[in-house]
Design a protein around this ligand. Sequence first.
Ligand code: F6P
Length: 527
Amino acid sequence: MGWSQERLEQVAQTRLGGAKLIVVANREPYIHRFRNGEVQCIRPAGGLTTALDPVMRACGGVWVAHGSGDADRQMADSAGRVRVPPDDPAYTLRRVWLSKEQEEGYYYGFANSGLWPLCHQVYARPTFDPAHWAAYKEVNEQFAAAVLEEARGGPALVFVQDYHFALLPRLLKDARPDLVVAQFWHIPWPNPELFRVCPWGKEILDGMLGNDLMSFHIQYHCNNFLETVDRTLECRIDRERFAVERNGQCTKVRPHPISVDPRLADEYLGANWFARAVRLRKELNLGQRPVLVGVDRVDYTKGIPERLEAVGRLLDTRPEWRGQFHFVQLGAPSRTDLDVYRELNERVQNMAAGINLKHGTADWQPVVVLNQHAGPEDIFVLYRMAAGCVVTSLHDGMNLVAKEFVAARGDEQGVLVLSEFTGAARELTDAVLVNPFDVQQTADALHAALTMPADEQRRRMRKMRAHVDDHNIFRWAGMLLSEVGKMVEPVPLPEPVGLDSPSDEEVGHLLARHRALDSIRLAMGVA
Ligand code: F6P
């Protein structure tokens, strides 16, 4: 039987057995913001929220996230809770409020200037600033308090997302040993030599080993993680069971490649996608020419300049393509408070202008850059009308754009050009695989995409669609739930905890106890 929302619902019911599901992710799935005096609800760009929202719709529970929209407070109750999706509420979003300084240090600082470049091997130097680290610790503690409040002393499975919360699992386990805690790391994990440069490596690993299950997209990242732990901490690595044993606790380490809900493609496309595609072609002056698309957050790991270089190379080396196609890059602005992201935006604009100046004519511009946020309805029209989708990440945990493109192609047409340095490349082997550092190879792949016969497109797309249909987001969540669900049993708590929310005093006490334990461990050199 294949995996569907309904099957996941059943698995969630049996595996969770009354325990509450609490997802923690920095990014919220629905952001409320003010636009022209009105409150608007948007879905953020990025794979994590796209993937997890259908899971939460199926399982229910609470999603704890940073409330980052300027209208978020207005739309939530006094505890920061709001039911979502707004038009068909299925779960609770619990917003955590962070100050500007916390966001700078924790999100822009340690998470995105430290861990992000550390884990992605794209030759970007990580920055390690003690002030960022302090903010990161503080915010992890603040989220721990919110999770404990949401768990209300009852049994719960806490499913922590990503590199923003490396310390959270340990904080939760110390405060509530009965909680089942699992974490999914959405980005790659580096090898031990690269990880060594992080000054707070031991604390990070200690935090992550608070998990009962630590999961990555692919086995290679699991291996890197086990190696890193082995070289950094006193512990026993059980290579038979793929687990770490330390201080009486066992953390299983498993690969679970994330995916999408392929059924959403039809919902987003709707009955009138073709009319919308015609309108878009007109607006962007694309005529009837074939279009290659790139859809990304503007991030230096995504290889957008490399992709544009390949477009330029194609036009340089095969002038017969002049006037014959367009490359449309939809680039959602991302992390623009950081110089490196702002500079990348500028670089992309300049490169596109350079190519257009060199090769374009009065009525034909080869490159169209849309530097804006777009909703899934528009993105799926782009996927569907394209001759090909170009994903050239220099390093990527998975890359869900690749899977979304495949899901959008119910017509079994379209070519996926895919970087071999994405997790997706291990699954979508019928894509045209490229090394994005090799400009000529990528240019040749664009040519191949524009000239591939329809029956070969069909043959490849059919296989990729069958894979995504089968290995969908419900399977990902179902496998993870099955893995940790076995551990969800209401166990006697170390001290009496009522079913009501712990008071601020209780939460403060638990966190203070954790901090005290932490300093003792550090003083003893065993952290
Ligand atoms: O994949 C890593 C990740 O941080 C995800 O958590 C998220 O989907 C995406 O990148 C977007 O990043 P941000 O939440 O910083 O906009």
